[in-house]
Design a protein around this ligand. Structure first.
Ligand code: GDP
Length: 346
């Protein structure tokens, strides 16, 4: 007798569904119990490219209960070598000793270009990574900035569900990444060095304007006095920035991630920031605005990808660029030519 293919297909589908339901239930249970290995597995699912994984991940994300307490999302940025991982290790250990559960999500957008990850180094944060109440994870590389932001937000939601109440989001200061991280955290900390000069540190004034707290790091040994001087300079520089909608006056402090000085003060400032935001009642509003900005970014990237997926458009785009670069046409003429083509051939 000939096997009935549609019957087999239905059976296979039902089995797949059963497996995915079981995986989903197990993941949800593990997460809510605070299992770090489940959390790790769940993040792997959101980073996956397979349809089945994506479905399970989406189902998992949409079935997460409202967290009992939303985690404090703290962004930490600064150029390579400024001392981020040393700082996070000490700061994280201190928070764990105070009874917190700390997740560190490290973002390295440059790895999508270079293929390697500066943050992938296993020797980083050795002490912290051994703590049962710590979770350290580099987020997926190889995606667009909007993509990275989306995964990181989902990872944040998973960490919250697993009971992590402090989420440190570390990023390497390479241009766009700071704005990316600023758009997904509540409190944004910029680590800087004394005497290195803004230009040298690749820190643009715009980034300083985004910071809620500037830390002059490595303020120890011979560097203590220059750090204090830098602190006054930066404090004067940021004082002239326009008043912010959340009324927060950004602060500048000295610290040493290596010997732990200044970390208590940094935590006190962080807490007073959250208290202020909660009092004014704008923390939720801030997060919603960030969600809106992410939506715009994802939409923009989607449209861009759709545009370039059409060989006809991307060819025309390239030739228009050449013509503009050679001074044969103006930008607006190039844009008009593209618009014309898109109208004729949507
Ligand atoms: P990252 O690249 O920003 O993550 O920086 P690291 O934490 O890896 O630190 C870079 C270098 O600076 C390492 O050699 C650290 O030992 C050193 N370092 C980090 N923090 C401090 C600090 O607070 N004081 C001093 N003196 N050195 C530090």
């Amino acid at each position: 007798m000939k096997p009935d293919q549609s019957h087999i297909d239905r059976w296979l589908l039902a089995r797949k569904q059963q497996r995915s339901n079981r995986t989903h239930a197990l993941l949800l249970k593990g997460l809510l119990e605070g299992s770090v290995s489940t959390l790790s597995q769940a993040i792997t699912l959101i980073e996956s490219n397979t349809k089945e994984d994506i479905q399970i991940a989406q189902k998992l994300l949409s079935s997460l209960p409202e967290p009992k307490q939303t985690a404090k999302r703290i962004g930490i940025t600064g150029v390579p070598g400024v001392g981020k991982s040393t700082f996070i290790e000490q700061f994280g250990m201190q928070l764990i000793k105070a009874g917190h559960k700390v997740a560190v999500l490290a973002i390295d957008p440059s790895s999508s270009r270079t293929g390697g990850s500066i943050l992938g180094d296993k020797t980083r944060m050795e002490q912290l990574s051994m703590q049962p109440n710590a979770f350290i994870r580099p987020t997926a590389a190889g995606h667009t900035l909007g993509g990275v932001a989306q995964y990181t937000r989902q990872a944040i939601a998973l960490c919250e569900a697993a009971g992590f109440d402090i989420i440190l989001i570390e990023t390497v200061g390479v241009g766009q990444s700071e704005t990316l991280v600023h758009g997904m955290v509540d409190f944004f900390v910029l680590l800087m060095l004394a005497g290195a000069g803004d230009e040298l540190q690749g820190i643009k004034r715009g980034i300083m304007e985004l910071a809620d707290l500037i830390v002059i790091n490595k303020a120890d040994g011979e560097n203590t006095a220059p750090a204090k001087a830098a602190r006054s300079e930066y404090a004067a520089a940021i004082h002239v920035f326009a008043q912010r909608p959340d009324q927060w006056q950004p602060r500048v402090v000295c610290a040493s991630g290596m010997n732990g000085t200044g970390l208590d003060e940094i935590w006190n400032i962080t807490e007073s920031y959250f208290n202020q935001l909660q009092q004014v009642g704008i923390l939720g509003e801030k997060r919603q605005m960030q969600e809106l900005q992410l939506f715009d970014k994802l939409l923009f990237e989607m449209l861009q990808a759709q545009f370039f997926a059409k060989a006809e458009y991307s060819e025309l785009y390239k030739s228009i660029r050449v013509a503009i670069a050679e001074g044969k046409i103006k930008a607006y003429e190039g844009q008009a030519a593209l618009q014309e083509r898109m109208k004729d051939n949507p």
